[in-house]
Design a protein around this ligand. Structure first.
Ligand SMILES: [Zn+2]
Length: 484
């Protein structure tokens, strides 16, 4: 018999050894061989849905046919927040997948750079380094995440990128089908191989950008995602009856969405600090623990997800994580509540989140504006003027203060290439607090060393820094001037 799962309490183990596996929900009639399986393989599924507002889930997809509700009923839900951190996909998924915030990993936009993950290894890197026998998989239709899973040395075992397809919904359906196939593949697992699977879907974010978070299209995307997740959870229930392996399941998003757009198809949608954008959620169902199903935790955060996954595999946590394990951290365990009405309790928790302090609000807004310019340059080339105008037109907190800066950025970046622009933006993001905290843990042995110090980036062979005198940098950093 292989290692007993760490979460099993002594009484439960004793019950299983005595053949009374029903104590942990094993279907009756399982053979002794199957009971062994229960003790053998650890399976962790992380489902990522991009840009999903929990408030909209509770409004549109809180029925028995929705996987969102099923996941909440099978686990513990936290209405978490990104307040004081950038609400863009690259930075926010990097937080989910590294266990540290953007002031450490330094990711500031959606243009992939490998360097951050050399210093701050991803959950894939940490599993593959410490327990290479775990079968790791990513199934994603956003290539950035596939690149992330392949970075940092010790890369993911199975890196599956799903093309955009005819529509975001079609692409997500394909992700769902591949995810189910991967789960069903564990039916035949004679060597008791443990697994970690990250399954990522993106249609809500597409709908939010094109039509806004308050649109019917966004509503439909939430309903679709709920149906997809329901199918994935049904697949897990199916294999569980065959193998006896329970699965730990985490369901999360990277940020929310603004409720309106001013320029359809080219709205930024998120990236700032309004409560609709900073709103996130974490739903956690720990294998073998059904005692708190359907309840709520007030301390869950997306930064906790990587530490939690590592602890489920018995892998030691880094000392410089910002997150903690949801399995056993005292501050998390002490924040558990059992509301009479989970839906209302979660809505109340969402309503408690406001804006950060004004300095952080502006600093992060400026970082998003600057960091988005090279990204949009990459995507639309000629769309920057429209993009900046859409920001100028945004009727969100303090946005008028950004109009003048946006104009300066537009002039400053004119004529530069994506790479050069992104390097400049990297410099500004650093000045605005992204990546300023260095790791205290050593890099993983043999992982490529980070060679791009800010100074070398700005003065390297391939790039000479332009004259930044044209850009009023003190204005960017001077809150009073912005408010004036
Ligand atoms: Zn996103």
């Amino acid at each position: 018999m292989t290692t007993i799962k760490q979460f099993l309490c002594g009484a439960t183990v004793a019950g299983m050894v005595a053949g009374t596996g029903a104590a942990v929900g094993v279907p009756s009639g399982l053979s002794a061989l199957t009971a062994d399986w229960l003790l053998a393989a650890e399976h962790v599924l992380l489902i990522g849905v991009d840009g999903v507002n929990l408030s909209k889930v509770l409004e549109y997809a809180y029925g028995d046919d929705s996987g969102f509700k099923t996941a909440m009923e099978q686990g513990i839900t936290g209405a978490s927040s990104l307040t004081n951190h950038t609400t863009l996909s690259g930075p926010s998924w990097s937080t989910v997948l590294t266990g540290v915030w953007d002031d450490k990993h330094g990711v500031f936009n959606n243009l992939f750079r490998p360097e951050p993950y050399n210093q701050w290894p991803s959950v894939f890197n940490l599993i593959e380094y410490h327990k290479p026998e775990v079968d790791t998989t990513i199934i994603s239709n956003w290539e950035y995440l596939n690149q992330l899973a392949g970075a940092g040395g010790y890369s993911v075992d199975n890196n599956v990128f799903v093309e955009a397809g005819d529509s975001p919904a079609d692409s997500d359906a394909q992700v769902t089908a591949l995810t189910i196939a991967q789960i069903l593949g564990t039916e035949d697992n004679p060597d008791d191989i443990s697994s970690f699977l990250f399954s990522y879907q993106s249609q809500a974010d597409h709908a939010g950008h094109s039509f806004a978070g308050g649109s019917e299209e966004y509503m439909q995307s939430i309903i679709n995602l709920g149906a997809n997740i329901q199918q994935i959870l049904a697949a897990i229930a199916h294999v569980q009856t065959i193998t006896g392996d329970d699965w730990s399941i985490i369901l999360t998003t990277d940020h929310g969405h603004q409720q309106t757009v001013t320029l359809p198809g080219l709205s930024i949608g998120h990236g700032f600090q309004s409560p609709n954008e900073t709103s996130t959620f974490v739903i956690f169902d720990q294998a073998g623990d059904d005692s708190q199903d359907g309840s709520q935790n007030l301390a869950y955060s997306t930064v906790d997800i990587t530490p939690t996954i590592l602890s489920l595999f018995g892998i030691p946590l880094r000392s410089d994580f910002d997150g903690v394990s949801l399995v056993d951290d005292p501050s998390v365990l002490n924040s558990h509540v059992t509301p009479d009405d989970l839906q209302q309790a979660l809505l109340a928790a969402i309503a408690m989140y406001g804006y950060p302090n004004i300095g952080n609000d502006i600093t992060l807004a400026v970082r998003t504006v600057i960091g988005s310019v090279p990204y949009f340059l990459d995507k639309f080339v000629t769309g920057i003027d429209n993009f900046l105008q859409s920001i100028v037109d945004q009727d969100i907190f303090l946005i008028s203060g950004l109009a003048e800066i946006a104009q300066q950025i537009n002039e400053f970046f004119g004529g530069l290439t994506v790479d050069v622009t992104n390097t400049v933006a990297h410099g500004f993001a650093y000045l605005l607090g992204a990546g300023v905290i260095a790791p205290t843990d050593a890099p993983l042995p043999g992982a490529a060393e980070f060679t791009g110090s800010l100074e070398s980036l700005l003065a390297g062979d391939t790039f000479t820094a332009p004259d930044v005198g044209d850009l009023d940098l003190p204005l960017l950093l001077d809150v009073d001037a912005l408010l004036g």
